[in-house]
Design a protein around this ligand. Structure first.
Ligand SMILES: O=P(O)(O)OC[C@@H](O)[C@@H](O)c1c[nH]c2ccccc12
Length: 262
């Protein structure tokens, strides 16, 4: 069993326990379901394009940053001029939580992505209630039918959809009708290998009406410059900022360097 299969197996158990404690009917009737959302698709096209991630640890790197609080980091990111924020909500493998998402929401006026392994509609309602503006759907763990159903549900809840792919087959098999942004993950979630060529190779296969996002392993303004040449508008960056002393200040420097290049 590879790591992705393990994560998904644990996620199914987690979701089924949660439903017993907080039934879907409670989420659906929450007044928070009516909250207006920010558009990541618009934000990345109008701003720096950087989507900065709050990430304490990951299966490929046990300690990235265990000391900074979510509020300090995302406030720093926001004032650095990022277009949006991503918060991991998986606890077992990434050390995140829904509480991180709630805290982030309370301090942000820019789009917020719930970074999660979504395998059940329940988690999409959760994303809405706990403050996200968009959800991630990972093609490697969903059937084409699930991608279609989950993305329709997200739109009904006024959430945008970022569909993550990392090869041609995943892209071709996916129903993109209700997908707003297509993210190419440069990290293979099964082997953890990172290769920016993945973004370059898949770029021409992504339909023009989808906002292109390049995810993972991005550590220099030069890389962004190259990816922009392939049509990418958004850039999801976690470790490169989180592993430094001051993630917000690092993001600020990075964005200043980007502007200098243009
Ligand atoms: O820390 P990085 O290499 O900059 O990567 C960020 C983000 O792309 C990565 O955390 C990620 C991309 N897709 C995911 C799916 C699940 C968990 C995490 C991820």
């Amino acid at each position: 069993m590879d790591i992705l299969e393990k994560i998904v197996r644990d996620k199914r158990d987690e979701v089924s326990s949660k439903k017993k404690v907080l039934p879907l009917s409670y989420l659906v009737t929450s007044p928070l379901m009516q909250r207006a959302s920010y558009s990541m698709a618009k934000a990345v096209q109008q701003g720096s394009g950087i989507i900065a991630e709050f990430k304490r640890r990951s299966p490929s790197r046990q300690v990235i940053n265990q000391s900074d609080s979510v509020i300090d980091v995302i406030r720093g990111y926001q004032s650095a001029g990022v277009s949006g924020i991503s918060v991991l909500t998986d606890t077992k493998y990434f050390g995140g939580s829904l509480d991180d998402l709630i805290q982030a929401r309370a301090h942000l006026e820019i789009p917020l992505l719930r970074k999660e392994f979504i395998i059940d509609p329940y988690q999409i309602y959760e994303a809405k209630v706990f403050g996200a503006d968009l959800i991630l759907l990972i093609a490697a763990v969903l059937s084409p039918e699930e991608i279609s159903l989950f993305s329709q549900l997200a739109h009904q809840l006024d959430l945008e959809v970022l569909l993550e792919v990392h090869n041609e087959d995943e892209l071709k098999q996916s129903d993109l009708e209700h997908v707003d942004l297509v993210g190419v993950n440069n990290r293979n979630l099964k082997t953890f290998e990172v290769n920016l060529e993945t973004s370059k190779d898949l770029a021409p296969l992504i339909p023009d009406d989808k906002v292109k996002i390049s995810e993972s392993g991005i550590s220099s303004p030069e890389a962004i410059h190259i990816l922009k040449g392939f049509g990418y508008k958004g850039f999801l960056i976690g470790e490169n900022f989180m592993k430094t002393e001051a993630p917000g200040a690092s993001a600020k420097q990075f964005i200043a360097a980007l502007r200098d290049e243009n």
